[in-house]
Design a protein around this ligand. Structure first.
Ligand SMILES: *Cc1c(COP(=O)(O)O)cnc(C)c1O
Length: 393
């Protein structure tokens, strides 16, 4: 048996090839008409007045924090239990991430821990829709409003996820918080190779994003190019090169056409996992609250108590099933060791436990039922081996 099931796989074919071909032959390959079209199609899909494309979600988070005025000595409340980019973006601003723990029954920030972590220096709350599962935004936005602290959503994984507001399902990133940031890395639900998007209802923030993503240049290339008069640009503010290329945007436009089908397929597969995993003692599938619809960017399960995580993952890999360990914790990494790199806003026991005791199972839109069965059967078999129970690493 040589079957190898990857943990994730982007869905790309001739549609995207044709899109990129069109751009190559057009002669305009960076931040131009395709980026503008991608932004307006994305905005329509999410239901947001503004969408600004950038080079990736990390740069999107950086610009979002800067737009809120986050700077040296400020604090931003977030989770350690996330991809390292979430906390890194706070440090790029010279600010301090204040880490609070996750909920008991999921991988998202515990809203109850936010208020006690607020100080006079708190400048923002940066919540994450982890693995595509919406965090409790209603409660978090409420806390933000009470304390006049803006909320940024790290929606890197959450394209196509939905949240119930006043009886209506809305796409994550439709402005309820102040700014939301998306990723189009291949490990996410749709991809542009690399890429990011900022959504907001605030036109002043949007203006800043557009200025800063292109070196702080007063006049974008597209305007100078189309002008019949000579224009001299100026640089009123310190900017960055955080542009998205037109090649990426064209790819993204193709991917957006597929988003509905991709999310539907992922939700079907997740439902099958939930059903089939009931048969494995001690394995706890992820829970979807009744006000959330996950895009299931990742399917992360709790291993039975006392089972050796690395051993299980290796045995699965040996038998053709790729997995990943649970989400990392930034505060446990060497890059966060130096004094002042972060502050703990609560105990972080659940975050640490989740990293050690969960694994991410394969899930991608093209996955067949027989592949899913193979994963579950192999997982069952591996957990049945008598030597599985070693000290949890
Ligand atoms: C992937 C990811 C990011 C970073 O996205 P890039 O586009 O790779 O910069 C940030 N936050 C979370 C939660 C992510 O999963």
């Amino acid at each position: 048996m040589t079957r190898q099931i990857p943990v994730a796989k982007p869905l790309l074919d001739e549609l995207e090839v044709e899109a990129v071909r069109r751009v190559v032959l057009s002669g305009w390959v960076t931040q131009g008409p395709e980026v503008a079209a991608f932004e307006s199609e994305f905005a329509a899909l999410i239901g947001t007045p503004h969408a600004c494309a950038v080079s990736n979600c990390t740069t999107a988070l950086h610009l979002a924090l800067l737009a809120l005025g986050v700077g040296a000595g400020d604090e931003v409340i977030t989770v350690s239990h996330s991809f390292v980019a979430t906390a890194n973006a706070i440090r790029y601003c010279g600010a301090v991430p204040v880490f609070v723990d996750i909920e008991a029954d999921g991988f998202n920030i515990d809203p109850e821990l936010i208020e006690p972590a607020i100080t006079a220096r708190t400048r923002a709350i940066l919540c994450v829709h982890q693995l595509g599962m919406p965090c409790d935004l209603r409660q978090i936005v409420g806390i933000g409003k009470r304390h006049a602290i803006p909320v940024i959503e790290d929606a890197a994984c959450a394209i196509g996820s939905e949240i119930l507001w006043d009886g209506q399902w809305e796409k994550a990133g439709r402005p309820r918080g102040d700014i939301a940031c998306f990723s189009f890395h291949p490990r996410k639900v749709v991809t542009t190779g690399d890429g990011g998007m900022l959504t907001t209802a605030n036109s002043e923030y949007d203006r800043k994003f557009r200025l800063w993503r292109q070196h702080g240049m007063s006049v974008p290339d597209t305007v100078r190019h189309g002008s019949r008069e000579v224009i001299y640009e100026s640089y009123p503010e310190l900017g960055f090169n955080y542009r998205m290329t037109d090649l990426q945007a064209a790819l993204g436009r193709g991917q957006l056409q597929r988003l509905g089908n991709i999310v539907a397929a992922r939700r079907r597969l997740a439902a099958q996992y939930a059903e089939r995993l009931q048969g494995i003692a001690g394995v706890v599938p992820p829970v979807e609250p009744d006000w959330a619809r996950s895009n299931w960017q990742s399917y992360c399960v709790q291993l039975p108590r006392g089972v050796d995580q690395r051993g299980v993952m290796q045995a699965l890999l040996d038998r053709g099933v790729s997995t990943r360990r649970g989400i990392m914790n930034s505060h446990l990494e060497h890059a966060y060791e130096q004094p002042g790199a972060y502050r703990s806003g609560s105990g972080l026991q659940r975050s640490v436990m989740a990293q050690r005791s969960t694994i991410i199972l394969p899930l991608y839109a093209q996955m067949t039922e027989s592949e899913l069965d193979f994963v579950v059967d192999t997982f069952t078999d591996v957990l049945d081996q008598p030597d599985r129970h070693r000290a949890a690493g």
